[in-house]
Design a protein around this ligand. Structure first.
Ligand SMILES: Nc1nc2c(c(=O)[nH]1)N[C@H]1C(S)=C(S)[C@@H](COP(=O)(O)O)O[C@H]1N2
Ligand SMILES: [Mo]
Length: 534
């Protein structure tokens, strides 16, 4: 009699119940994995249980199966493994979830078993410690909470908590579950858990990737430059208080990009593909790239959206692989007038091929002021092309170079109306005194920077109250690709005064005084400030 009851109740588990059970299992599992990812990001190291299980599986895989996987999935073999683990987990979770409709304990035990596997895999990884057990434990705990919450939201009775006398149990289990599935409440709870799991999984995943990128950055050995830069001439930095230092420290270097979150790219697995209108495509990994002869150069970068007097300009010492020999090696086909560079997050810039090849120090930079590129500035590899605004040349997190034509492709900012051709315009800025400063009468040192990358700065002049242009003293020139400091000793008299600056580049051309907005190819106008003396 009892046996018959159990069989019939199992058969009574309708389609909706089975679906709810499967969802219950999969969502609880997803919540567990999401939580474990966040915990892994906080604990640090390589403690993500999913990755640990994956790595353990790889270690345990016989050689023949590994080579089969590599042959079949190529460089996607690890992804295939993770997808495989995910599918197995999802199927197991779905079955456990269905079973737990009748016997909630099955779900709880399932979560604990998977948590245990995660703990074992995590703590037995080489270099793992006991703290690496935490993410799997947190995951199992959160999974249990999600499971209880979702199970409760089904509205189905929990036979283990029944207040009914035990002998009425088979009777109740036979009928009630079918009647009581609260679909709306369960779906609402399911959406909440699915959202939380997806969000925490994604955030945790990013944090883990970011840590691995930082670790990979810390492990990078900077190549000794094949062609070193000369030391910065001693007179290049006038060392005036409030004047921008000649070399901008990395943490003060301006930053402009479209990335909401900084792309986290590892050198391990990084590849640069050079393709398009070339005789032979080439793909380089990080080791192959940095094994090539490198150059060390000082180059001032600036942004096209820099307003007159703005902060989006900075100077650094870069080490990188010169770009033109690479392009010679792949053999640029005639007509390929645009070099499109693409970042890991899909941003693109288009640089004239002719500019890259004209002998200037266009490079794939790996180091900035003696350190690997900071993550914010494009780690592991970015482009630097002296003389062009960043949006047409300075791609960070570089992964792809394609030779094409200006007619065939519009990169990111060109699609949005900015000019295809964007050489840097000659500009100058007053750093000190600050606008609206209150000064004492007598000698005031007015100082700032001027730039006209790849043409150089020949002269800087200052005008007071729209009076005659008077020559400023120039800091020593480092190279024509860097900015140049200037200073002017002004005998300040009482009252409000307007100070203006303008620069003349190495071709003898003075910066236009006409005030033009940054859109579509760079601002012009003379930086002018008002100060109060007395
Ligand atoms: N991947 C990527 N690279 C990019 C950008 C971007 O949005 N994404 N912005 C460019 C622009 S507009 C400028 S001015 C420079 C700024 O470089 P920095 O942030 O290192 O100063 O990066 C360029 N490289
Ligand atoms: Mo820019």
């Amino acid at each position: 009699m009892k046996d018959r009851n159990i069989l019939s109740t199992q058969a009574d588990l309708g389609g909706h119940h089975r679906l709810a059970g499967a969802l219950l299992g999969v969502l609880s599992g997803a919540a567990a994995i999401g939580a474990s990812q966040i915990a892994a990001a906080i604990v640090g190291g390589t403690s993500s249980p999913v990755i640990a299980v994956g790595s353990t599986a790889i270690d345990a895989t016989p050689e023949w199966l590994k080579s089969f996987a590599i042959r079949t999935f190529g460089s996607k073999d690890k992804l295939a493994l993770l997808v495989g683990i995910g599918v197995i987990l999802a199927i197991a979770a779905a079955f456990l979830g269905i079973a737990s409709i009748r016997r909630p304990r099955v779900g709880a035990i399932g979560l604990l078993v998977f948590g245990g596997v995660g703990v074992l895999a995590s703590v037995t990884r080489p270099s793992a410690g006991l703290v690496d057990a935490i993410p799997a434990i947190v995951g199992a705990g959160v999974g249990l909470l999600a499971f209880r919450y979702l199970r409760g939201a089904t509205g189905l009775p929990d036979p283990t908590r029944s207040s009914l006398p035990p002998d009425t149990e088979p009777e109740r289990m036979q009928r009630e579950p079918i009647a009581q599935l609260d679909r709306r409440r369960f779906l609402r709870a399911g959406v909440v858990i699915a959202g939380a799991a997806a969000l925490s999984g994604a955030v945790g995943q990013y944090l883990v990737r970011r840590m691995s990128a930082s670790a990979s950055r810390a492990a990078v050995r900077m190549p000794h430059p094949f062609s070193s830069a000369s030391p910065v001439p001693s007179g290049a930095d006038l060392r005036i208080p409030e004047l921008s230092s000649f070399i901008t420290p990395n943490d003060r270097f301006y930053r402009v990009d479209t990335a909401l979150i900084v792309p986290a790219v590892d050198t391990h697995g990084w590849q640069l593909r050079i393709h398009g209108m070339v005789e032979h495509e080439m793909t380089l990994d990080y080791e192959q790239l940095t094994a090539r002869p490198t150059i060390e150069r000082d180059v001032t970068l600036c942004c096209v959206s820099n307003e007159v007097g703005g902060e989006y300009v900075s100077n650094a010492r870069w080490v990188g692989v010169p770009l033109s020999p690479l392009l010679e090696e792949v053999g640029v086909l005639p007509g390929a007038d645009q070099l499109v560079s693409r970042s890991s997050d899909g941003w693109t810039a288009g640089t004239p091929t002719a500019v890259v090849m004209d002998g200037r120090d266009a490079m794939l930079a790996v180091s900035m002021n003696g350190e690997p590129l900071p993550l914010e500035h494009g780690f592991p590899v970015r482009m630097v092309v002296p003389g062009l605004y960043g949006y047409v040349s300075a791609t960070k997190w570089l992964v792809d170079l394609e030779l094409t034509t200006f007619d065939a492709f519009d990169p990111y900012w060109i699609e949005r109306g900015w000019s295809k051709q964007a050489p840097i315009k000659t500009q100058s800025r007053i750093d000190t005194p600050r606008a609206s400063a209150k000064l004492q009468p007598g000698e005031v040192v007015v100082a700032g920077v001027a730039w006209a990358q790849h043409r150089g700065i020949e002269g800087v002049e200052v005008s007071v109250d729209e009076g005659p242009w008077m020559p400023a003293e120039l800091g020593a020139e480092d190279t024509i690709d860097t900015w140049r400091q200037w200073m002017y000793r002004w005998s300040a008299t009482g009252g409000d005064h307007r100070l203006s600056v303008r620069a003349t580049d190495g071709t003898g051309e003075t910066q236009p005084s006409e005030e033009v907005a940054p859109f579509p190819n760079g601002a012009t106008g003379n930086h002018t400030i008002v100060v109060r003396v007395g």
